[in-house]
Design a protein around this ligand. Structure first.
Ligand SMILES: CC(C)(COP(=O)(O)OP(=O)(O)OC[C@H]1O[C@@H](n2cnc3c(N)ncnc32)[C@H](O)[C@@H]1OP(=O)(O)O)[C@@H](O)C(=O)NCCC(=O)NCCS
Length: 399
């Protein structure tokens, strides 16, 4: 195998890379779309064997909201695959190394991805930074409590014209873990919906004259819609910029005539819906599953960008064999983060640090299983105070 790893430069190369990705995924329905229009130009890194693309890793540019509300430059890593004919020969390792260099050159501070399997990415410095679960609502039983806010106005909109409107609404979300994605990703969503426009419903929530939330849902099994005793809608997107929008969107979903069941693929673990209904058993909560796998590309910039709670500083030694410039000791305090030569209070691998970064994994959990080495009593308690957030991180976006 004569392997060449490089950024793919032509639409033809990008098309063959996406073709190889779908081959590698086996069970993913292939897209009948032009790969070049739904990828972010210049960001696809390919592995070529005798000039033929046999694997690749891609990403979308954008931002990630970190605790405190700052938006840091972010790469949403996607389309990772190596053809079965070339697997387990170190191709992914070389692809990801090239991608780390590429992202660092672009000044991107963090990368995140959704993992097909949980055993692939930790060795490359990724950690699970947010989790999600599904919720299935029996709409015949679920009643919102009388205290549940009304929310604003709901407007049903024609999907064909809404992509930029939806993008603007998504841009208002400021909770940790939310991400911003570029035009090609939004184009991909639009094209997916355009395949079946009649069965896609888009409801936008308005507060005053500001659009501040939306849901997208579609019916399941509409061939037997009237005979079915379990008329089900699947909510593919639930985006709310504030609590009022969230409340209004839930009220809308639960007010739909003819709908017996509402399925939502992903909600945050602390979503208020659990305490919003009077009959808790009208909700079936799915198991917790990993959502955001997060890799710190620039540890100093990332740690400096997020907010911390009031607590005495802690010195954290970070070990990062793949991006050695990240390795070092950081003093993390409520007011500032700086590199230091002081003796560290704890030592942690960059993947475990990534898991804690958005406040979704507790230091105590990691220390209890030896993923943090503790050199000073009380350091873990203080880190959990510093990194604590008022809500669990959540993205809610697939890419
Ligand atoms: C996952 C995938 C990209 C790995 O590519 P690859 O070129 O075989 O990976 P590498 O040979 O570089 O492996 C690097 C290391 O990861 C390990 N690894 C890679 N894929 C793994 C998997 N699926 N399960 C367990 N370990 C895996 C390898 O054993 C190797 O470990 P080592 O360094 O300790 O020897 C490839 O198998 C694939 O395309 N799978 C199907 C599509 C997919 O799941 N893509 C990921 C989408 S998020």
């Amino acid at each position: 195998m004569t392997l060449e790893i490089r950024n793919l430069s032509t639409p033809e190369e990008v098309r063959s890379a996406l073709g190889a990705f779908f081959r590698s995924m086996v069970g993913l329905p292939p897209l009948t779309l032009d790969a070049a229009t739904i990828t972010d130009p210049g960001r696809y890194i390919g592995a070529l064997d005798e000039g033929r693309v046999i694997g690749g890793t891609d990403s979308y540019s954008g931002y990630l909201v970190v605790p405190g509300g700052t938006r840091v430059p972010h790469a949403a890593v996607t389309h990772v695959g190596v053809l079965p004919t070339h697997r387990r020969r170190g191709v992914l390792r070389r692809l990801l190394a090239a991608q780390f260099d590429d992202l660092a050159r672009r000044g991107e501070v963090v990368a995140t991805l959704r993992a097909s399997e949980a055993v692939i990415y930790e060795r490359f410095g990724y950690g699970v930074a947010s989790s999600a679960r599904s919720v299935r609502v029996d709409a015949r039983r679920a009643r919102l409590r009388p205290t549940h806010p009304e929310g604003g106005r709901i407007v049903l909109v024609d999907d064909a014209v809404t992509t930029s409107r939806l993008r603007d609404i998504a841009g208002l979300v400021e909770s940790p873990g939310s991400i911003g994605l570029p035009e090609p990703w939004w184009e991909l969503q639009r094209l997916r919906r355009a395949g079946d426009p009649a069965s896609v419903h888009v409801a936008v929530h308005r507060t005053g004259d500001v659009d501040d939330g939306f849901v997208i849902y579609r019916p399941e099994g509409s061939d037997h819609w009237f005979e079915s005793s379990e008329r089900t809608i699947t909510v593919t997107d639930f985006v709310a910029a504030n609590d009022s929008a969230r409340a209004g969107l839930w009220r809308h979903l639960l007010s739909l005539d003819l709908v017996d069941v509402i399925d939502i693929a992903a909600v945050p673990l602390d979503d208020p819906i659990v305490v919003a209904v009077d009959d808790r058993r009208s909700l079936t909560l799915g198991p917790e599953r990993d959502e955001t796998w997060l890799r710190l590309i620039d540890v100093e910039a990332a740690l400096g960008a997020r907010a911390y709670a009031e607590e005495d500083p802690v010195s954290v030694a970070v070990v990062d064999p793949q991006l050695p410039s990240n390795s070092g000791i950081y003093e993390i305090g409520s007011k500032s983060v700086r590199r230091t030569d002081a003796r560290p209070d704890v030592t942690v691998d960059v993947s475990a640090l990534g898991a804690t970064y958005l406040g979704g994994t507790r230091w105590r959990q990691l220390a209890a299983v030896g993923r943090v080495t503790v050199h000073r009593d009380d350091a873990i308690r203080r880190l959990d105070v510093l990194f604590g957030t008022d809500r669990l991180p959540f993205s809610g976006t697939s890419f």
